[in-house]
Structures are given as structure tokens and as C-alpha cells.
Design a binder for this molecule. Structure first.
Ligand code: AMP
Ligand code: GLY
Length: 427
């Protein structure tokens, strides 16, 4: 009855997924590749290259794995789902994540835009550009700010927003000349949308869907949303401005037509769709699709999920998601990312981390960039730890996380002390 599971990835997202799966009575041996110091306490870390599907497949066979859960987008975009499904020896193993075609929703911005156009899913007006003069003409027809997106994956750096037209033209030229890689010369130019962003996570088997708790991410490195974009400096769930009526609009105008289009196109999709949304005058628009869970959003979504995650994943792979409900705890979760000074630019690794012994039961410390050396816990990435607390409301949750964030120490530790504050003011 118990299943051996392999989880791919190494961030806070994976630590949160690992802990949630570990709680399931269905979870047998849990392996995380490559994992971090936190996941090594939940299961066994294994050193597998995430893009070597042959090596992952052999590991699965030798360790009687029945399910592979894919954290990050890259193996999905490279087709890990299809690799397993198309191999006689591996096809009995379920992969949680979309097929290569489904992962194009994230892997190609232009593909995502065309996908949305099919059923008029609300999103910013755009043009797909491969020619400089064509692109410049389109830029000139828009108002500032100008949004330029490299078509393919660009390690989270492929979106550039500029206020000045001549700078935008220069950036377009650089992007078309291969700034984000030789194979990444197509650019999507979009109309700028002004509003407040939130993230909706949908689990699907390609036929039905279930909506996870909604989250708000804090992407900028500085307080009051200033400075450079990061992977995410903190998150809150649920989000007060995402009311029932807003969610009804999101379901009717965005989620349902998305699933219908997957079905119409016969796309194999057994995993999460992360829909990045923006509310413009209380109307939802899609900023982007991702083919995975968000990080640090997973660190607030998983603690609020009451339903057995392994059971949910099994239903997904059996195409029986419609048979199960998603239950949530009636609490608020806040996570604060502790990062290495300098992040998202250059930062140091290898600094000793000290965590206070006594942590309140409402708080979980998810490891992101950590490892162990000679038994000692050290930093191993820009985003180091995500401190999640559950509370009665945002204020309660954010305060609990803030207190622990202050007590943990490592060299040049930095965090945003304002996660969730904007949502209090907006009440
Ligand atoms: P991404 O790297 O794709 O997550 O995009 C980074 C950020 O760029 C998003 O979270 C938004 O804040 C912003 N962004 C992307 N597209 C638009 C748009 N059309 N209008 C306004 N902001 C945008
Ligand atoms: N936190 C945003 C992301 O995972 O892409």
C-alpha cells in the first residue's frame, strides 16, 4: 500500500512538498534529488542530475519508485513526463507534472499567449516579435512602461520592464540578438497592466481541476516593493482582496477555459498549473502561466492544505481528480524568506546558520539554500530559509514569522520585515 516517491528539486518548495507528503499514510520511502539540509531530515537526499532522465529512470527502477513529483520547471519543459510515459519499463511510474507540450505554457511565452487567445482568456495585448523593425513599430504604438519578455526559459530573468522608449528599443535589440541564449531570440512585447498581483494554483488531471489556497508573493528585494526582482521574498495565503466574487471571475474566465483548451488540444497534464494573475480595477488578467508550484508560495499553500497530498496526486495520475475534494485549514499563513546579503546579485555561500532551539508549533522553518558540512548547517544559495507561521489572521501569522526571522542568524542575513503589511492597509 505504501508508495516509494521521488521528488525532484532542492528549494523551499520541495521541503514544503516533502513534509506534506511525509504526513501521508500512503508515503513509503521518500527520496529527494538533490534536496537540501531540510529535506534530508524528511527523506533521503539523492544526488541525481535533474536533466538526466536515464539516470532518474534507473534510480526509480532500483528503488521501486511508483511516483515522481517534479518541483522545478526545467525537467518538465525538457519532457520528463513523456520520457517516462514512452518507456516500456517506466510507464507504470506516475509523473506529477505536465507533458512537454503542457509545459510549453511556461516554456514559451508566445505559446502561452496563443493558448489564451483561443478562448479569449483575459491577458495583456501582445505581439510576438522576431524582427527588430517590426518590434520597434509595435513599441512605438504602446504607452510606457514597456514590457519585453524573452520567449523561452531564462532563469527567471527574462522579463524586462522599461520606462524609456529608446531603452526598450535597445533591450529589444539585445534580446533579439540572443541576450538570453542563442535559442531564445523570440520576444513577446506586451501592454503594461497596472494592478495588484496574486497567484492561483490549480491541480489538474487534464480533465477536472481543484483550486489550492490562493497566495500573494513579494517579488522585489526591498521593502515597499522596491529594488530588483527576486524569486520571491515572502508570501501570504489566503489573500483578503481575492474575494469569492473575484475567484468566481477567475474560475469562469480563466481556469475553466484553460482546462477546456488543454482537453481540446488533448494535452496530457497531470500536475499543477500556477496562474500568475493581476487584478486591474477588480478584473483578473493572466500575467503568465507556470507549469509547477511557486516558490515561496508553496511554503504557505502546503501548510494550509488539509487533504492528503499523496492521495491527491494518486487521483491526478488515475484521472480521477473529480472524486476528491480539497480541504483547507481555516487559518492564515505567512512566510518570510531569509536571504544571503547581496541576493539577487552576488552573494556568499558557506556561512554557518544558527537556529534557536525552541520554535513555536505554529512555525515551520523550510530550508531553501542550505546544506551540511562536517555536520554543521551552512548557507548554500541566495534564498536560505523560508519561515512560515500559521495564525488567526495576517497580523498574527506575519508577527510570528518575523520574530523567528530575527532570531535566526547567519552572516549578512537579510529579510523583508514588511511581508503582508500592504494587505492589512487594504482592508
Ligand atoms: P515573470 O518573471 O514572468 O514572473 O514576470 C515578472 C514580473 O513582471 C511579473 O510578476 C509582473 O510583476 C511583471 N509583469 C509581467 N508582465 C506584465 C505586464 N503585462 N504588465 C505589468 N507587469 C508585468
Ligand atoms: N514565486 C514565483 C515563482 O515561483 O515563480
Amino acid at each position: 500500500m505504501r508508495q516509494n516517491i521521488l521528488l525532484l528539486g532542492s528549494g523551499g518548495r520541495e521541503h514544503a512538498l516533502a513534509l506534506k507528503m511525509r504526513k501521508s499514510p500512503l508515503c513509503g520511502k521518500l527520496y529527494i534529488a538533490p534536496g537540501n539540509a531540510g529535506t534530508s531530515e524528511v527523506g533521503s537526499n539523492v544526488d541525481l542530475p535533474l536533466n538526466d532522465f536515464e539516470a532518474i529512470g534507473s534510480f526509480c527502477l532500483s528503488n521501486h519508485i511508483s511516483m515522481v513529483v517534479v518541483g522545478p520547471e526545467e525537467p518538465l519543459v525538457r519532457g520528463i513526463y513523456d520520457f517516462f510515459a514512452g518507456n516500456e519499463n517506466l510507464k507504470h511510474i506516475s509523473v506529477i507534472g505536465p507533458s512537454r507540450e503542457g509545459a510549453r505554457l511556461e516554456g514559451s511565452k508566445a505559446y502561452g499567449k496563443k493558448f489564451m487567445a483561443e478562448k479569449n482568456i483575459p491577458t495583456a495585448a501582445y505581439r510576438e516579435i522576431t524582427d527588430l523593425s517590426d518590434g520597434i513599430r509595435f513599441l512605438q504604438s504602446l504607452k510606457a512602461p514597456y514590457v519585453l519578455k524573452a520567449d523561452g526559459l531564462a532563469a527567471g530573468k527574462g522579463v524586462v520592464i522599461l520606462n524609456d522608449l529608446s531603452e526598450a528599443e535597445k533591450e529589444l535589440k539585445a534580446m533579439l540578438s540572443g541576450k538570453f541564449g542563442e535559442g531564445n531570440r523570440t520576444v513577446v512585447i506586451e501592454e503594461f497592466l497596472s494592478g495588484i498581483e496574486f497567484s492561483v494554483f490549480v491541480l489538474t488531471d487534464g480533465i477536472s481541476y481543484r483550486v489550492m489556497p490562493v497566495a500573494k508573493d513579494y517579488k522585489r528585494v526591498g521593502e515597499n516593493d522596491t529594488g530588483l526582482n527576486t524569486g520571491g521574498m515572502g508570501a501570504i495565503s489566503p489573500v483578503p482582496f481575492v474575494t469569492k466574487s473575484m475567484m468566481k471571475k477567475v474560475e469562469d474566465r480563466i481556469i475553466k477555459p484553460t482546462i477546456e483548451t488543454l482537453r481540446n488540444r488533448k494535452i496530457n497534464y497531470h500536475g499543477f498549473i500556477f496562474i500568475g494573475l493581476i487584478s486591474v480595477n477588480n478584473e483578473p488578467y493572466v500575467i503568465e502561466y507556470n507549469c509547477r508550484m511557486g516558490d515561496p508560495e508553496t511554503e504557505v499553500v502546503m501548510p494550509l492544505l488539509k487533504t492528503d497530498l499523496v492521495k491527491l496526486f494518486n487521483k491526478v495520475s488515475e484521472n480521477k481528480l473529480s472524486e476528491i475534494r480539497v480541504e483547507k485549514y481555516n487559518k492564515t499563513a505567512a512566510t518570510i524568506m531569509l536571504v544571503a546579503g547581496g541576493y539577487p546579485g552576488d552573494y556568499k555561500k558557506g556561512d554557518l546558520i544558527k537556529i534557536p532551539e525552541a520554535i513555536n508549533g505554529d512555525t515551520t522553518i523550510y530550508h531553501a539554500g542550505t546544506t551540511r558540512k562536517d555536520g554543521k548547517l551552512i548557507t548554500n544559495g541566495g534564498r536560505v530559509l523560508a519561515i512560515t507561521s500559521l495564525g488567526e489572521d495576517i497580523n498574527d501569522a506575519r508577527k510570528k514569522s518575523g520574530e523567528i526571522a530575527k532570531k535566526i542568524s547567519f552572516d549578512n542575513k537579510y529579510f523583508r520585515a514588511d511581508i503582508g503589511l500592504d494587505l492589512l492597509k487594504k482592508k
